[in-house]
Design a protein around this ligand. Structure first.
Ligand code: TRP
Length: 447
């Protein structure tokens, strides 16, 4: 068990910002718009919203509560809940840690691309045109180098520890990102073609809804709220006892969903504007040519049409996105690091560099086998493992955890909860609906 004292977030706002920082990242600006664009736009949006509020939000409450109760890393917290079966609890904790680590390994690659796009205009400006092309063109060397740089940044922040590192980074920059989005949306709406994208995004064509879309949108909701693999348990363990968990979870879920929605409001119209400007977005059959780098085609093409101001805006946007990705990646690395600290008694710096190094190695392997591994790792971890682990946590909370202990924990910071509507619905909901619904979504496309 922990021999060192546990870090804590210094204020409620600090926690909300850190948890929102974990949630807001590539999932919102790269994952969500890309999936929406390839799944009929509004149809995906509608189902996604249902998934967030019906499945992801209740599970966010569950994960934060498990973490705060356990006051420890996911392995110990889960063992504390299922004290009769510590080995099984620890095994699930371990799967969660591995999932978080694999997610980080592909996340660094995409975040590396963001770094490339952030520096490209400046490189161009000071005369390094070849370098600017290199950092924005797909190649093994570019993917590896930038992923390494991003991983080092992540390790650097995590190594500095909880309040210093994580909170400081998360606190002020999210509102700035949102402001920038609004500015870009206003601009893109003045361009030819934007309305076509807007229609696609906001007017649902329900014929697009099918089993695959359900599975995709559920995975996206779990990914975007950083669920299933322990990040929110770890953050919950750093949360002070006077915080109202359901309310905080609702705030975090709203911020995250608001930013994803806003990103869609920019990217889908920008896609059609880019098409008008001659960028190849769709193939002859009208399908997206490439989904992985859609955002990286569409946005630079938009900044190009804006002249000098576009260079500045592009720079700000990509720098802020790198920071948003960083506040997410640190929450992933924090999962294995907190386990190594508590369970193996490693000190923070050994744990961070050691584990960060191994994950980095995996990133390099994925980069060098991009075609074979990237999509596979993304799908296995985000589409399948995250929701399935979510179902496991639902079983922990709903079936294994003693109801009075659960109430005791969630009551702290929220003394009136025993009489609230939330308490009448949520435990029952997590017990029956969440695990069954998650499994049904997976089974539905098979039948
Ligand atoms: N939610 C983040 C995003 O949208 C990614 C993320 C952070 C994450 N921590 C996580 C995903 C833990 C899965 C598990 O970009």
């Amino acid at each position: 068990m922990a021999s060192h004292s546990r870090g804590q977030f210094s204020s409620k706002l600090g926690f909300i910002m850190a948890a929102a920082g974990s949630a807001v990242g590539l999932g919102n600006v790269w994952g969500f718009p890309t999936k929406a664009a390839s799944n009929g736009g509004a149809a995906f949006l509608v189902i996604y919203l249902v998934m967030v509020f019906a499945l992801a939000f209740p599970m966010l409450v569950a994960e934060l509560t498990i973490g705060r109760y356990g006051q420890s890393n996911p392995i110990s917290s889960l063992k504390k809940i299922w004290s009769k079966q510590p080995a099984i609890a620890a095994t699930f904790g371990l799967i969660a840690i591995l999932t978080a680590s694999f997610i980080l390994s592909f996340y660094s690659i995409i975040a590396g691309w963001l770094m490339g796009y952030a520096v490209a205009p400046s490189l161009d400006f000071i005369g390094f045109a070849d370098a600017a092309i290199w950092v924005t063109s797909f190649s093994d060397s570019r993917n590896v180098v930038l992923a390494v740089l991003f991983s080092l940044l992540t390790v650097f922040v995590v190594q500095k520890g909880i309040a210093d590192g994580i909170e400081k980074w998360s606190t002020r920059l999210m509102p700035l990102l949102l402001a920038l989005f609004v500015l870009m949306i206003v601009y893109i709406f003045t361009q030819d073609g934007a309305m076509e994208g807007l229609k696609m995004y906001l007017i649902p064509d329900l014929s697009h809804i099918n089993g695959g879309l359900l599975v995709d949108s559920m995975g996206q909701a779990f990914f975007s709220l950083s669920l299933g693999c322990g990040s929110m348990m770890v953050y919950g363990s750093y949360l002070s006892k006077d915080v109202n968990i359901p309310r905080t979870a609702a705030q975090v879920a709203s911020i995250d969903t608001g930013i994803a929605f806003t990103a869609g409001l920019l990217i889908l119209p920008a896609m059609y504007v880019a098409k008008q400007n001659g960028v190849e977005i769709f193939n002859d059959a009208g399908q997206l040519k490439s989904s992985t780098d859609l955002v990286f085609t569409v946005l630079p093409s938009m900044f190009d049409t804006m002249g000098g101001i576009g260079i500045l805006l592009g720079l700000c946007f990509f720098v802020l996105m790198v920071i948003a990705a960083l506040t997410s990646s640190i929450s992933m690395l924090e999962v294995p690091v907190s386990c190594a600290q508590d369970e193996l008694n490693w000190n923070r710096s050994t744990a961070t560099w050691g584990i960060g190094g191994v994950i980095l190695l995996v990133s390099v392997i994925i980069s060098l086998n991009f075609g074979a591994l990237f999509g596979l790792v993304v799908d296995v971890t985000t589409v399948y493992l995250q929701p399935l682990l979510g179902a496991v946590w639902a079983v922990f909370v709903g079936w294994i955890w003693h109801r009075n202990k659960l109430l005791g924990e969630i009551k702290q910071g929220n003394p009136e909860i025993a009489d609230s509507l939330f308490w009448k619905i949520w435990p029952w909901y997590v017990r029956f609906i969440c695990p069954v619904a998650i499994l049904m979504v997976f089974i539905y496309p098979l039948i």
